[in-house]
Design a protein around this ligand. Structure first.
Ligand code: PGA
Length: 317
């Protein structure tokens, strides 16, 4: 590896990440032949093929996978060093990689604005995915911090509670049940239900409650996004259970039904793998988010919730 250069490793890392020389070239503003040439030279230094092509797809060989993991560690260490140097110079700068579950996208980006103003030198990448997507990213060590509602069972993680995340029953604003109080859970079983996709934590929480009570809902539609579900509810296709935080400004279009056993109480946690050493930037954000979450108040305007429950939810949020 004496002949290998940092530049070659950067090119290789991008090609391995994208599974494509063309996309690596685009990302790095290089030509495709330059990428091929750099990887050819790196392959020569390693002495084993790094990629193999099957049909049109590019796969990493075993040596390629080892080198990819090494590159990630190497670039992480360099990034940590750069952050330390910036910190010594009295600056907070570097990259912050966040991944949050779909419902947290309603508050995390809002809180990013003031953070960016406070630390203009910090570049942020924010991935939004469902519960299973987060677990996969965590296993592959792709981010600095995660915001999620359920602590992973089979991974060794550190976590800190941030905010309550109540799941409530959403219906169109003029739904016949909108004015009723204390609706029995069984009543939901006769309504057309819109369900999140498999792998969603929201779905798992609903299913958990239904299984516990021995009930089944009539799933009319399965959708992979909270926003798509809200549109379907507003369009009169059915009811659903969503995080109350998904309702920010469009409260006039929905009612929240006063159903027994609701809200399902969940919590957002800030999580990171136990062995991971948080960078200076990640630690700065961690502390910032904890503080900001304490001050975060969601606007509410729910005519269908009893005042007592509304107040209680407000206090929770
Ligand atoms: P989801 O996340 O997008 O996986 O449903 C929400 C949650 O886990 O509470």
């Amino acid at each position: 590896m004496n002949q290998a250069t940092l530049h070659q490793l950067k090119v290789f890392e991008a090609a391995a990440r994208h599974g494509s020389f063309t996309r690596a070239a685009e990302e790095l503003f290089l030509t495709q032949p330059t990428v091929s040439m750099q990887i050819k030279q790196l392959t020569k230094s390693v002495g084993l093929p790094l990629f193999e092509q099957v049909g049109k797809r590019l796969y990493l060989t075993e040596a390629g996978r080892e080198l990819f993991a090494t590159c990630r560690q190497l670039f992480d260490t360099i990034a940590q060093f750069e952050m330390k140097v910036a910190d010594l110079k009295g600056l907070k700068q570097g990259q912050l990689r966040l991944a949050v579950i779909t419902t947290a996208k309603y508050f995390v980006p809002r809180l990013l604005g003031p953070f960016c103003q406070l630390y203009p030198g910090i570049e942020i990448s924010l991935q939004v995915t469902n519960h299973e997507g987060i677990l996969e990213r965590m296993v592959n060590n792709l981010d600095d911090l995660y915001v999620m509602s359920q602590i992973p069972e089979h991974l060794d993680v550190n976590y800190q509670a941030l905010l309550d995340n109540p799941l409530v029953v959403f219906a169109p604003v003029n739904h016949p049940l909108a004015k009723e109080k204390n609706i029995p859970l069984e009543r939901l079983c006769s309504e057309p239900f819109i369900m999140r996709e498999p792998g969603s934590g929201t779905r798992r929480a609903i299913q958990g409650l239904l299984d516990e009570k021995g009930l089944k809902v009539k799933v009319k539609l399965e959708l992979g996004s909270n926003e798509a579900i809200k549109q379907a509810i507003a369009g009169g296709l059915g009811i659903s259970v969503l995080s109350r935080h998904t309702l920010l400004t469009d409260t006039a279009e929905f009612s929240i039904l006063d159903v027994q056993n609701f809200p399902i109480k969940r919590t957002w946690y800030m999580v990171h793998p136990a062995g991971k050493q948080l960078s200076i930037v990640a630690r700065t954000y961690y502390e910032y988010l904890l503080e900001a979450a304490k001050q975060f108040v969601q606007p509410t305007n729910f005519s269908t919730y009893t005042t007592a429950e509304s107040n209680q939810l407000n206090a929770e949020v």
